[in-house]
Design a protein around this ligand. Structure first.
Ligand code: 4G1
Length: 252
């Protein structure tokens, strides 16, 4: 897969991608990431990329000319029809479903903003969709772009060990993780749950799934409500709810 990022700070993207799983995806050539700097598409001596907002107010806005020229230059290196995505707080919330969808494409263009954001006409002319990684104020779209690249890269064929990808396609998909433990067996007086030491793999699988279901229900019920559940997950949830009702814990 080929990803191009339009950013005023190319090293922020390139340097951050050198490590771990994504670093290896790049080294193996399964992923390539290029950058395009809007400053290289300016024509004045100061290489100006920002200007004051029409209508007044604080802050600066990215000038449309250099932004759109950079988007077009980056898009020209990608397969025709590659999605052009702007990272912005106004976007749809980025989820694993978006990551899966984007990982199925041969190319992807990501545009990171700075200052107060982009001239709206750049979005109209050069962007297909806007994605947001969450509701907080940031100083730029680079970390969101890196978030999307990381989530997408791990879904590319051959990037992860197949053990893990297949485990995540099973019914635990869409649930929070179960608790993890490694040696030592007792740490600062806290023991590893006995079942994990039993060597009974069916029991261990059941325990992990139960932990994932219970934790998800407790911490992120919206991940479960209104979703089609695997029968195994539904059964565990029903057991959990029945036990909760018995203990009268449904009042909080
Ligand atoms: C209005 C958050 C503005 C921010 C409301 C999530 C935040 C890109 C994201 C902002 C950005 C809220 C994101 C804000 C983002 C131009 C430069 C836009 C940075 C910028 C809640 C600043 N997911 N924010 N504006 O943070 O790019 O993708």
């Amino acid at each position: 897969m080929q990803i191009e990022v339009v950013t005023l700070f190319p090293p922020m993207i390139v340097e951050a991608l050198r490590f771990g799983v994504v670093g290896r995806a790049l080294a193996s050539g399964r992923l390539t990431v290029g950058t395009e700097d809007p400053r290289d598409h300016t024509h004045d001596p100061h290489r100006t990329v920002d200007d004051r907002p029409y209508g007044g107010g604080p802050g600066m806005v990215l000038k449309p000319g250099p932004m759109l020229a950079a988007i077009r230059a980056a898009a020209a290196r990608l397969p025709a029809g590659s999605p052009r995505v702007c990272l912005s707080a106004q976007g749809e919330r980025f989820t694993q479903a978006h990551a899966r969808e984007l990982a199925g494409r041969a190319g992807l263009l990501l545009v990171a903003g700075r200052y107060e954001g982009m001239d709206e006409r750049v979005i109209e002319l050069g962007i297909d969709r806007e994605l947001s990684i969450g509701d907080y104020v940031l100083s730029g779209g680079e970390l969101p772009a890196l978030t999307v690249i990381d989530a997408v890269a791990r879904l590319l064929p051959g990037v992860l060990g197949d053990e893990r990808s297949s485990a995540f396609d099973s019914f635990s998909d869409g649930l929070l993780d179960w608790p993890h433990y490694t040696r030592p067996e007792v740490f600062e007086g806290l023991e590893v749950p006995k079942v994990l030491l039993s060597g009974k793999h069916a029991d261990i699988d059941r325990w992990r799934l139960a932990q994932a279901v219970w934790r998800t229900w407790r911490r992120r019920p919206e991940l479960i409500l209104g979703r089609e559940l695997a029968p195994e997950v539904q059964r565990l949830l029903n057991e959990f709810l029945a036990a909760e009702a018995d203990r009268g814990e449904d009042r909080g």
